[in-house]
Design a protein around this ligand. Structure first.
Ligand SMILES: *[C@@H]1O[C@H](CO)[C@@H](O)[C@H](O)[C@H]1NC(C)=O
Ligand SMILES: *[C@@H]1O[C@H](CO)[C@@H](O)[C@H](O)[C@H]1NC(C)=O
Ligand SMILES: *[C@@H]1O[C@H](CO)[C@@H](O)[C@H](O)[C@H]1NC(C)=O
Length: 533
């Protein structure tokens, strides 16, 4: 069947509506004057507003479309939860994977199932946690205004609880629960699976720099999220992050080389990006200069300076370029730092590639304007690119930088945001198929999502094999996998809503983390990125 998740080897508003009083109080002349003044003010404000933020929403207001979509997107993490569920709100989900880890006397019951199957893959799961942390750090206040901050932190902690337990000693990290070959021979609900849950680990004899470093990045970023609300937990995460970074750095080797079986699923094309990404997060979490020195010294070797690439579960470089630019934007002492220059310049090159009118605009787009790089999980790249673009736009706005130069043309923060919105809008239905690729959003979304739990009725007690009748059924999924972002369209913008079409119709948890980041940035007008401490 499916599983080619590894094919992205591409390193390579609404306008302001004036709300004047609608009550008619005819004979009160002064009220009339107030109304006139209000209208004049509203018009002036609207004009100024349009001039500054051509098609952005009003300050302080929320864009309902993105707010609705964010609330839906957030639900997919709950659908993917393994373990003994708490406050479960998904009627067709229950406890599962309770004995995961028992083979090594560890509790690996928590964490998130990766996609439509029941695998827990540490590499993308850690990336999911890093992204979700980043989104919370930058846009937690936006999430909070929609009551989505606590759910986001809850889903993050569900993941980092797993990662902590998966790291029982400094140089041992469990990176996989379940054997994909065995797992993919079954089509069942996670609640009823009874097969052996094989564990895979890295250690000093069989190291894996990418996965150790990505897990370090996740824990360092999450330590910042919990810094104030749960100091002890934050300290625990940071301790693990530091140990894992040392493990990754002192035992440099690719996990895909040492454990070739992982190549069929999440094959890594190199670990330099994860080392830089992890060190960047550790610097943000600790302000320990050692980590800054690391990124300065290793940038030339691993940073791919000057060449824009695509941000994905395999390639953390564009994320690193943007994250380190944050320092040059906001930390006065570091703005001229030579070691950070290459990162900043490359972040600019990435941004210039994304803006459609830029002289260096990428040609990797569909006719409808969607960034399109790979046919497997096509939406990963537009969504990750749009997320980075809104971040960069907000960094510019907050630090008072109003110009991005691309060749001989210059652009404004609003140009980046406009690009980001175009990708989000496409994803939400503004496309030739008029299909929302975010399941549960809008009138038309995929109904045959490649997702075992969603495809089998909650009361069906299937075993491993007899569940395949649900994969092959002509009926739409009995359960809606709210918040699943499916793979997405072909380059020609067509899409086949079939359950066996895992290339286009399988969601993943890291896609949801990207979508949550993008939508939480777009729900309200770009602003100072306040919640990042
Ligand atoms: C995994 O990635 C490595 C490095 O890019 C590559 O040489 C190898 O062929 C890939 N394996 C598969 C199965 O695609
Ligand atoms: C669109 O592209 C897909 C994948 O390349 C192809 O199978 C399909 O036939 C194309 N559809 C049209 C209408 O061109
Ligand atoms: C899915 O099933 C349909 C109908 O049986 C078949 O035509 C198609 O080739 C299958 N697609 C894949 C990707 O297996």
């Amino acid at each position: 069947m499916h599983v080619h998740r590894h094919w992205d080897r591409s390193k390579g508003g609404e306008k302001m509506v004036a709300k004047s009083g609608s009550r008619c109080c005819c004979c009160c002349w002064f009220l009339g004057i107030i109304v006139v003044i209000a209208v004049v003010l509203a018009v002036v404000f609207t004009i100024r507003h349009r001039a500054n933020h051509s098609d952005d929403i009003a300050p302080g207001s929320t864009d309902k479309k993105y707010a609705d979509a964010l609330k839906i997107a957030m639900q997919f993490f709950n659908i993917q939860k393994s373990g003994k569920l708490e406050n479960n709100k998904i009627p067709w989900r229950g406890d599962s994977g309770l004995k995961d880890g028992s083979e090594a006397s560890l509790d690996l019951s928590k964490g998130l199932y990766d996609a439509g199957d029941h695998m827990k893959f540490g590499f993308p799961m850690a990336f999911t946690a890093t992204l979700l942390s980043w989104s919370i750090l930058e846009y937690g206040d936006h999430m909070d205004s929609l009551d989505q901050l606590d759910p986001a932190k809850d889903s993050l902690k569900w993941t980092t609880d797993f990662l902590i337990n998966a790291h029982p000693s400094p140089n041992v990290l469990y990176i996989q629960v379940g054997d994909p070959e065995t797992d993919h021979k079954c089509w069942d609900r996670p609640e009823t699976m009874s097969r052996k849950r094989t564990l895979t680990k890295i250690d000093a004899d069989t190291p894996g720099t990418e996965v150790a470093a990505e897990t370090a990045a996740a824990m360092a970023a999450a330590s910042l999220v919990f810094k104030e609300s749960d100091t002890k937990y934050s300290g625990t995460l940071l301790k693990h992050a530091k140990q894992l970074f040392d493990f990754a750095d002192n035992n440099r080797a690719s996990y895909s080389v040492n454990i070739p079986e992982v190549q069929s699923y999440y094959n890594s094309t190199g670990y330099g990006d994860e080392l830089l990404w992890a060190a960047s997060w550790l610097y943000h979490a600790t302000e320990d200069k050692t980590y800054l020195d690391f990124v300065s010294k290793n940038g030339e070797e691993f940073g791919n300076f000057g060449s824009p690439t695509w941000f994905s579960w395999d390639n953390k470089l564009p994320g690193t370029h943007v994250l380190l630019s944050r320092l040059t934007f906001f930390k006065k002492g570091l703005s001229g730092s030579k070691g950070l220059q290459g990162y900043k310049e490359t972040a600019e090159a990435v941004m210039c590639g994304l803006i459609p009118d830029s002289p260096t605009a990428t040609s990797s787009r569909t006719d409808g304007g969607l960034i399109w790089v790979a046919e497997w999980n096509a939406l990963q790249h537009p969504v990750s690119s749009a997320f980075l673009a809104t971040l960069y736009s907000d960094y510019m706005l907050t630090s008072g930088v109003d110009k991005l130069s691309c060749g001989d043309t210059s652009f404004k923060p609003s140009d980046l945001r406009k690009f980001a919105r175009s990708q989000a809008d496409y994803m939400l239905g503004k496309n030739p198929e008029t299909m929302s690729y975010l399941v549960g959003y809008g009138d038309k979304y995929p109904e045959f999502v490649h997702h075992r739990g969603a495809s089998i009725p909650g009361d069906a007690n299937t075993g491993c094999k007899d569940g395949f009748k649900w994969l092959n059924s002509d009926e739409p999924n009995p359960n809606v996998a709210y918040g699943a972002l499916v793979g997405g369209p072909f380059l020609n913008e067509t899409f086949i809503d079939a359950r066996n079409n895992s290339m286009q119709n399988e969601p993943s948890t890291y896609n949801s983390a990207l979508v949550v980041g993008l939508l939480s940035s777009l729900v309200t007008r770009s602003s100072s990125v306040e919640s990042f401490k």
